[in-house]
Design a protein. Structure first.
Length: 202
């Protein structure tokens, strides 16, 4: 059985990461979104192992100490992170796993998992990104400007990713993501066993 790919998916707020992933994941059984761990309390309707792995602060920090978090961060006095064992278990089963995480976490994952495939989602233009944030009608002007400031910083980190995915159309972006993942399977790092096998019979 071939090992699955670890795909890290990032991009600025408002670029449409979740929408593209939702479209991409339709009718795909062998690829899944990674489930994060958190120390916050479950909200009504949330299930352990489905929406998050809900851990105590002690258990979470123990996993960090043992090196069992691919990346983690603290927001509003709660911890959030990606459990390493759950990701590795799925990959060994041949499933592709997508981590939708922030840039800082993505670069940490790249350090620990050099074979991870990093995809950065970009808007077709800066004006379009601003338009999408304003069009959501969920935040005031100050909050939107703060998000745009962070977006500028994140865009500067895009050069550290393997692929750029421009979200000009959700359907087309989802299709291009499929092509990127297929191309990822042809990387030398993914084909070493195949090369070795062919070489043995040369």
């Amino acid at each position: 059985m071939n090992k699955g790919q670890l795909i890290v998916f990032s991009g600025p707020s408002g670029v449409g990461k979740g929408t593209v992933l939702k479209e991409f994941l339709k009718n795909r059984e062998n690829v899944a979104l990674s489930v994060s761990a958190t120390t916050r309390q479950p909200r009504p309707g949330e299930e352990n192992g489905v929406h998050y792995y809900f851990l105590t602060k002690e258990d979470f920090l123990k996993k960090v100490e043992e090196g069992n978090m691919l990346e983690y961060a603290q927001y509003n006095q709660n911890y959030y992170g990606t459990p390493k064992d759950k990701v590795e278990e799925a990959l060994e089963q041949g499933r592709d796993i997508i981590l939708e995480i922030e840039v800082q976490g993505a670069l940490l994952v790249k350090e620990k998992c050099p074979d991870a495939l990093l995809v950065f989602v970009m808007p077709p233009s800066w004006q379009e990104l601003r338009s999408r944030l304003v069009g959501r009608n969920t935040e005031d002007a100050v909050t939107i400007e703060n998000r745009l400031t962070i977006a500028r910083q994140e865009l500067q980190q895009a050069v550290h990713y393997d692929y750029i995915l421009v979200n000009d159309s959700v359907a087309e972006a989802a299709q291009r993501l499929e092509h990127i993942i297929e191309a990822g399977r042809c990387r030398i790092t993914e084909m070493k066993d195949f090369i070795r096998e062919v070489d043995q019979h040369a």
